[in-house]
Design a protein around this ligand. Structure first.
Ligand code: KIV
Length: 272
């Protein structure tokens, strides 16, 4: 299985890192079979699996439950578990406890948290001090959707650009082993990736990050909302609906189950 050192080596070799989200046994199994380097059990779970309008209502219990299922499908892949909104904001003690639960109960290998403020840096340091690897996340961090006033690309203005760059450097100094960059101009993704020695993984952060991440349901055409940075590799929503509609039609028209799908009783005089 990959480990924190593998990802540093990939950056050194300039080999791109592939991260894909997964949330349960089948998605974990498929992502592992596809050969991704890392699985992220993201709090995007709230939107693409649980049907919430944003990620804020996802709980630690939700992530633990889905991470356990994902691990059952992907026992040979490095799994990062997202720390939900307010699970690392209240106190250092609670932050450490919550991070450790994702490792011990969720069976994750690392945790991810959003933001680069002084409090977030303290949270990263405290978790790293517990020997738990941390992935940080900057840019359009979805847990800040209300603070940002919507899902808006971050770092377009010079001051914001410099602030995110400074936070990225501070995150590396705090001990994170990887940084997810979301919804920022390509130029900023490039500058951060060239400046830091830890790998960056981008989503809507351009071509120059050390890796790319996409949400499972986005790349398979199963999500309601499609941001500009999403490439849909397959349209499973349409394929799924068509298959379910065909089953519905066949049952209504009595063509399913046909002969090949039924069991026959053993005839009375042939029971030996
Ligand atoms: O929750 C998630 O899926 C994420 C990715 C978008 C990086 O944080």
């Amino acid at each position: 299985m990959n480990n924190v050192r593998t990802f540093k080596k990939l950056k050194k070799k300039a080999e791109k890192i592939v991260m894909i989200t997964a949330y349960d046994y089948p998605s974990g199994k498929y992502v592992e079979e596809a050969g991704a380097d890392i699985i992220l059990v993201g709090d995007s779970l709230g939107m693409v699996v649980l049907g919430y309008p944003d990620t804020l209502k996802v709980t630690l219990e939700d992530i633990i439950h889905h991470c356990q299922a994902c691990r059952r499908g992907a026992d040979d892949t490095f799994i990062v578990a997202d720390m939900p909104f307010m699970s690392y904001h209240l106190s250092i003690e609670q932050t450490k406890l919550n991070a450790s639960r994702l490792i011990l109960e969720g069976n994750a290998n690392a945790v991810k948290l959003e933001g680069g403020s002084l409090n977030r840096l303290a949270a990263i340091e405290a978790i790293v001090d517990c020997e738990i690897p941390v992935v940080a996340h900057l840019g359009l961090t979805p847990q800040s959707v209300y603070a940002f006033g919507g899902y808006r690309v971050q770092g377009k203005k010079a001051a914001e650009f410099e602030k995110i760059l400074a936070q990225a450097k501070a995150i590396e100094a705090a001990g994170a082993f990887m940084l997810v960059l979301e919804g920022i101009p390509e130029e900023l993704g490039k500058t951060i990736s060239e400046t830091l020695s830890i790998p960056t993984v981008g989503i809507g952060a351009g071509r120059y990050c050390d890796g790319q991440v996409l949400v499972y349901h986005d790349l398979l055409g199963m999500a309601d909302f499609k941001p500009k940075f999403v490439k849909t590799y397959e349209n499973l929503a349409d394929k799924t609906i068509n298959a379910l509609a065909e089953f519905t039609r066949e049952v209504k028209s009595l063509s399913f189950p046909s002969e090949e799908y039924i069991y026959n009783a053993i005839k009375k005089n042939e029971d030996n």
